[in-house]
Design a binder for this molecule. Structure first.
Ligand SMILES: Cc1cc2nc3c(=O)[nH]c(=O)nc-3n(C[C@H](O)[C@H](O)[C@H](O)COP(=O)(O)O)c2cc1C
Length: 160
């Protein structure tokens, strides 16, 4: 699988696998891991520039907390991993003002669609998720819901 960052330009912005308005890339990726070979269950964050995972916690109950935060959608308990995307609006709005909030949501759609494509290439299925409780997700991720807020999510699992 390709690393997320294809090129860092002048140390000021990055070109990635996914497009982003003005190459702002204002989204972060958190990964509550449930059943993934060689990765213990827990909460991880994807460090795009380093193309590696940072461990946030080894909470084996993470899938139940994520499922509860997503209105108890049962596929979250059964999947391999959930992708939780947050937005850091300052990275977009310093350049585009309020219109930046629109771009954050468009960017999130591109990111999730790319997950659908990448997953199908390795025999996995994806289900996008936008039904979640913002406050529960903020607590789970330790974010304030304003300077960083949950924007989109998706479950991933092997196809039978
Ligand atoms: C913006 C968006 C939000 C969605 N949120 C959820 C969700 O919270 N839970 C869920 O099970 N599916 C969710 N879905 C998946 C849709 O229900 C699904 O794509 C649709 O039923 C069509 O099924 P298909 O993708 O298998 O063709 C979402 C899809 C999109 C695009």
């Amino acid at each position: 699988m390709h690393p997320g960052v294809r090129q860092a330009v002048d140390g000021t912005f990055t070109l990635r696998t996914v497009p982003s308005a003005g190459a702002r890339h204002a989204l972060e990726t958190y990964l509550p891991v449930n059943r993934v070979e060689d990765v213990p269950p827990g909460l991880y964050r994807y460090l795009a520039l380093e193309h590696r995972l940072a461990e946030e916690s080894r909470d084996p109950g993470i899938k139940r907390r994520v499922a509860a935060g997503c209105l108890n959608q049962p596929h979250i308990l059964a999947n391999a991993v959930t992708f939780l995307w947050t937005a850091v609006p300052d990275r977009m709005t310093w350049r585009y003002g309020e219109r930046g909030y629109r771009y954050l949501h468009l960017d999130a759609g591109h990111v999730c669609q790319n997950l659908y494509l990448a997953a199908s290439g390795v025999g996995c299925g994806v289900c996008a998720i936008a039904a979640f409780d913002d406050a529960a997700m903020n607590r789970l991720l330790g974010i304030d819901g304003e300077r960083q807020f949950p924007i989109y999510a998706a479950t991933v699992g092997k196809k039978p």
